[in-house]
Design a protein around this ligand. Structure first.
Ligand SMILES: Nc1ncnc2c1ncn2[C@@H]1O[C@H](COP(=O)(O)OP(=O)(O)OP(=O)(O)O)[C@@H](O)[C@H]1O
Length: 622
């Protein structure tokens, strides 16, 4: 895909399908649908994973191993014929059994050794491929843009990381190995037959070409039928599942016959595709069996009527030819199964080429001392959620001195959260943001984001103890962590004697679901204190905390954060920002007022003053 310069995901859409991209609205991108054969680029990705950086050293011994195995196996059959032939020409007691048995034994040992080399190589190769694809997939998903995550449901990402990686771990290498072995077996058998009966070469090739053509037709039909069959199965299972779940209601409303009718419709649809699927198998079996028999019959006729062939060579040729027809059938079916399993490769390949955030560079590393203060200078900042979407911030300019506490207010949809995302470069931006004198567009994202702490409305916590959540890399001692918890106001919320009170050892379940939202916000605040960032952004962070505790937290935060830490508070409740040094009022993505609360309240017909009057929070500003 990159070869043809197109978007990797575009390939998956059916002809005529329109991706549901409406630039002005939030959207969920259409799920990719694979069509046709598995593409070389996806296959190359897997083969590259198998071989790692030693393509030659992997594939040459791997393929040679299988070729050697089949040659040695054919040699064993040939050698048995030669051994048997001895009894036709010589007396039985003259034939040296130990000699023939010894050579035959050596052939068996050599065969097994060469086979083991291929198997061991594949074992390491498949582990390497699984590791590498899984790592690349996770890296790609984690470094994808916020826009991509916005438009991609989590269930799809989980399916890539479980179901598709599962196919890479199991079905794909298994089928590939089987196909490689079978291909070598067919090749060696065909060559052996042709060596002993050269006249069969052209009819044999003709028959093989016919087999190949029939296989192509079969695979083409079978791929789409199989896909349709898989799609038709889910409604049957879903319908039966919901019928069992809602059995009481179905009986209570006497809806049994409607449910039976709907069930029959789903089963009929599934059966139609399933019958076609099995019929296609019969279709190919008859044709390939016929071609196989034709080949064996032609060979037998050739051996009987043309030339003079020994009994052992005739037996060997017929032995090699007999199973060839069945092998072609297995090969075609194996290839079909491989193509179906390889859809997972296509799907993983698509996710390895999603739109990513800029990767870190050496030049993007800020100086070690940076940031020394939380000064922010913003000039002409505009932002949008997607490169072709509408602007949600319009040419914003402002300055925040180090240590200032700035409240950002505005009606729903005014752009408050978008401003935070723009400061962290989570969405495409234009204009300049200087953080402690360095342009944020010139430094690595990781450096930028680790130097600003954002506490969202509902903070995410990780499964583990509070200690692990505050300090995942064990860089701080207990005293620091307890101070942070105290500064964030945890201890003012719980009495010393309280049963089940939170401490560093308290276990937190995934997402923090065993804590109240207020407690989660306090832990997030404590995390921010531990990180000691120079810019702290609270996005309605104290919305779930009562006013008294909120007040206590603000006071302790001010004391512990120090004079050079800038605090940006996004607030719905105007009383939360009454102690702010400055208030920024946003409307439709633009700054309409920016000044101290006192100044803004004095503006007659001012936006902030109107908001305070409407909200009834005026008493807090009195
Ligand atoms: N993920 C998104 N994709 C596209 N547009 C978005 C997205 N999130 C927000 N917007 C748009 O950006 C504009 C500003 O939204 P934003 O969330 O920044 O407002 P807000 O002031 O934080 O609102 P609230 O107080 O309700 O959280 C709105 O027009 C909104 O529709």
């Amino acid at each position: 895909m990159e070869e043809d310069g197109q978007n990797p995901e575009a390939h998956y859409l059916k002809e005529g399908d329109q991706p549901s991209t409406n630039a002005t609205t939030k959207l969920v991108a259409q799920e990719e649908i694979e069509i046709g054969h598995v593409r070389w680029a996806a296959l190359k990705m897997y083969l590259g994973g198998l071989a790692g950086s030693y393509s030659f050293a992997f594939f040459v011994p791997y393929i040679s191993g299988y070729l050697g195995t089949e040659i040695l196996r054919a040699l064993q059959t040939w050698f048995l014929g030669q051994w048997a032939e001895q009894y036709n020409t010589r007396a039985a007691h003259v034939v040296r059994i130990t000699y023939y048995l010894g050579i035959y034994g050596l052939l068996v040992v050599a065969n097994q050794s060469v086979y083991s080399i291929s198997e061991i190589l594949l074992l390491f190769g498949r582990l390497r491929a699984s590791n590498s694809l899984h790592r690349q997939l996770i890296e790609s998903v984690l470094s994808a843009t916020f826009r991509w995550h916005d438009t991609t449901p989590t269930s799809r990402i989980i399916a890539r990381c479980t179901q598709d990686i599962g196919a890479v771990d199991g079905a794909i290498p298994g089928l590939m190995n089987w196909l490689a072995g079978l291909t070598m077996m067919m090749l060696v058998r065909f060559v052996a037959v042709v060596m002993f009966a050269p006249g069969i070469l052209f009819p044999g090739m003709l028959i093989a070409l016919c087999g190949g053509w029939i296989g192509q037709v079969y695979i083409k039909a079978q791929l789409s039928v199989k896909r349709e069959m898989t799609n038709a199965k889910s409604p049957v299972l879903g319908h039966i599942g919901s019928a069992i779940y809602g059995l009481t209601s179905i009986r209570a409303y006497g809806a049994q016959s409607d449910f039976k009718k709907a069930c029959s419709t789903h089963i009929d649809h599934y059966s139609r595709t399933a019958i076609t699927f099995y019929n296609l198998n019969r279709w190919i079996s008859i044709r390939i069996d016929f071609l196989g028999s034709l080949f064996s019959a032609s060979l037998a006729a050739y051996l009987v009527y043309f030339g003079h062939h020994s009994a052992s060579n005739t037996g060997l040729s017929l032995n090699m030819a007999a199973a060839l027809g069945n092998m072609i059938l297995w090969w075609v079916q194996g290839l079909n199964a491989f193509e179906i399993a390889s859809n997972s490769l296509e799907r993983i390949y698509g996710y390895l080429h999603v739109e990513r955030e800029p990767q870190p560079t050496e030049r993007g590393k800020p100086p070690a001392y940076w940031p020394t203060s939380g000064e922010i200078h913003v000039q002409g900042l505009s932002a949008r959620y997607s490169p072709d979407g509408p602007k949600v911030l319009h040419d914003i300019s402002f300055n925040i001195r180090a240590g200032q506490r700035v409240g950002v207010v505005g009606r729903t949809g005014a752009g408050k959260s978008s401003l935070v995302l723009a400061l962290l470069r989570c969405i495409p931006t234009e204009g300049e943001v200087l953080y402690d004198g360095i342009s944020t567009s010139s430094i690595n994202l990781e450096a930028l984001r680790s130097s600003i702490t954002v506490i969202p409305q509902v903070p995410e916590l990780l499964n583990g103890s509070i200690r692990q959540n505050l300090d995942p890399f064990s860089a701080h001692d207990d005293a620091d962590l307890n101070n942070a918890l105290e500064a964030a106001g945890l201890f003012s919320l719980q009495a010393e004697s309280q049963e089940g009170k939170l401490s560093l050892e308290t276990q937190i379940s995934s997402g923090g679901s065993n804590l109240s939202v207020g407690q989660r916000q306090i832990l997030a605040l404590a995390r921010a204190v531990v990180r000691r960032s120079k810019v702290l952004i609270l996005d309605e962070a104290t919305s779930a905390i009562d006013h008294q505790t909120d007040k206590a937290i603000q006071a302790s935060l001010k004391a512990i954060l120090g004079p050079d830490v800038t605090l940006i508070m996004i607030a719905h409740r105007l009383k939360t920002v009454k102690d702010a040094d400055k208030i920024m009022v946003l409307d439709s993505g633009s700054i309409v007022e920016f000044g101290s609360p006192k100044e803004l309240l004095e503006v007659r017909n001012g936006r902030f003053r109107a908001m305070v009057d409407e909200s009834g929070d005026g008493k807090h500003y009195a």
